[in-house]
Design a protein around this ligand. Structure first.
Ligand SMILES: [Zn+2]
Length: 195
């Protein structure tokens, strides 16, 4: 796995943290390339919408048109069969949230290679949705592959930053997909019941 920065002389502490998260998770999680992109594409409408998001995972069956030229060169490398792109916005997150984003995206890489507990997650979410406390969570957040990736974010920061820091992080409403307490609780419940 290679971690590439754009521009290539751009170096900062997040590089090491990214490597640490990937090493912690192991080989099944590692794409061939992780790109830490410090450019902003907010104003550039010729570039795909994904580049205005936080992060994404890419495989060669997905589009390679309308991507930044430096990235097109990486995508065209025959050795590149899986790439995780990380935005400038994510690079500006604090360490715990950044590690969460990396772990989330690397779990999508894992999901493309290995089984994960889809059925347990679906059953658990269905059960939780019947409880008053979880009723207001939008169903768009509760897709099994996304919940699995979020649980990977949660367990990773628990291991790297410690349980206490992770709980503090969750109760501060720091999660980018949904800051609500019931969402954080649902993730903790699935983490306990399905892994
Ligand atoms: Zn995701």
């Amino acid at each position: 796995m290679r971690i590439i920065t754009n521009p290539d002389n751009f170096k900062e502490g997040k590089f090491d943290l990214c490597a640490k998260v990937a090493d912690f998770l192991g080989n099944d999680y590692k794409p061939t390339h992780i790109v830490l992109d410090n450019n902003s594409y907010e104003q550039n409408k010729n570039i795909l919408d994904e580049f205005r998001d936080i992060a994404f995972a890419w495989t060669p069956d997905r589009p390679r048109e309308n991507v930044p030229i430096y990235l097109r060169n990486i995508m065209d490398d025959p050795k590149c069969n899986c790439l995780v792109w990380i935005s400038k916005k994510a690079l500006a997150f604090d360490d715990a949230l950044f590690a969460w984003v990396i772990a989330h995206e690397l779990r999508h890489v894992y999901q493309s290679r290995k089984e994960y507990p889809v059925k347990c997650i679906k059953d658990r979410i269905k059960k939780l949705r019947k409880e008053q406390h979880y009723k207001n969570l939008p169903s768009s957040l509760l897709n099994a592959s996304e919940i699995d990736a979020e649980v990977c974010g949660l367990t990773t920061i628990m291991e790297i930053f410690g349980r206490e820091k992770a709980i503090e992080f969750l109760s501060a409403g720091s999660l980018r997909r949904c800051p609500s307490e019931s969402y954080a609780k649902a993730l903790q419940d699935v983490a306990k019941e399905c892994y």
